[in-house]
Design a protein around this ligand. Structure first.
Ligand code: SAM
Length: 271
């Protein structure tokens, strides 16, 4: 039987809390312009599916000051942290334990359904997308950050990080029955569901758009949370994974260095 949450340990780890914080600081400033395109009612109802520690849900509640936002996740400690952190927004922002495979909302509930950084980490992403479509009202929008681990580019040093990104995501995905290239594969899932206005935009995490320290923090959190399972599940052992991460972190911290993580943001309108 397929484990529906093969990254349960990594998702609940302290390094993931750091990672979600750094990722939101890197990505959200560019994401706002993409969200602003959607025509939403003033008092809209927004779902953040797989909300983690509430980084996205809380920013959505701030961006749309009259909206109600529901964040759902299956890691209770993330939900508790989110409730504590954003208690000031609790009149409009709530967090519930729910699985994205089986949401409790009736069909056509939300004006905007957001799902950030989730689909690459779980099996059957197409089932989740169908569930997100189910709970979105006619004319409402889907906004999905679908990561793709073939879209990270670092400079070559003693090691060539291209070798790492070529080997690791493919074998990690095969071992966990997840698609670490969902960023390109989700297009076909969306078109098969006959959604309207399917678009893919890219947020670029690079030193021209994002502080070097923020980019480095993402890589450090990945190093701390993933070097071990990479060692267990892929041909790259833990020590080699650590060496690759250290080189990529140094590349990003080097004031003359350049690296880019292209993050696909997939959107569509529900007919
Ligand atoms: C990388 S985090 C992203 C968190 C958040 N969306 C953000 O942007 O900061 C992925 C989240 O998906 C959650 N998740 C995994 N499987 C899930 C499921 N079946 N239902 C709900 N959440 C799930 C994990 O617990 C984790 O908090």
């Amino acid at each position: 039987m397929t484990d529906l949450n093969p990254q349960a340990k990594q998702m609940a780890d302290e390094s993931m809390v750091r990672n979600l914080d750094a990722q939101a600081r890197a990505i959200w400033p560019q994401e706002i312009a993409l969200l602003r395109r959607y025509l939403l009612p003033e008092e809209s109802y927004i779902l953040d599916a797989g909300c983690g520690t509430g980084e996205g849900a809380s920013r959505l509640a701030e961006l749309y000051p009259r909206a109600r936002v529901l964040g759902v996740d299956i890691v209770d400690q993330h939900l508790e942290l989110a409730r504590r952190r954003y208690a000031g927004l609790s009149a409009r922002l709530t967090f519930e334990h729910q699985s994205v495979y089986e949401l409790r909302a009736p069909a056509r509930t939300f004006d905007l359904t957001v799902c950030r950084h989730v689909l690459h980490s779980i099996p059957y992403p197409e089932r989740v997308v169908a569930e997100l479509v189910r709970v979105t009202r006619r004319g409402g929008y889907l906004h999905i950050i679908a990561e793709d681990y073939g879209m990270l580019h670092f400079q070559r040093g003693v090691l060539d990080p291209s070798d790492f990104w070529h080997q690791v995501p493919a074998s990690f995905g095969a071992a966990t029955q997840t698609d670490l290239f969902i960023g390109r594969n989700i297009f076909g899932i969306m078109t098969a569901l006959r959604l309207e206005q399917v678009a893919i935009d890219y947020i670029v995490v690079d030193p021209l758009r994002v502080r070097r320290e923020t980019f480095a923090s993402i890589l450090e959190a990945w190093r701390d949370g993933y070097a071990e399972p990479i060692g267990e599940l892929t041909p790259v052992n833990r020590e080699a994974a650590l060496a690759y991460f250290e080189q990529m972190i140094a590349n990003v911290r080097d004031p003359h260095g350049y690296a880019a993580w292209m993050v696909p943001v997939v959107s569509a309108r529900v007919p």
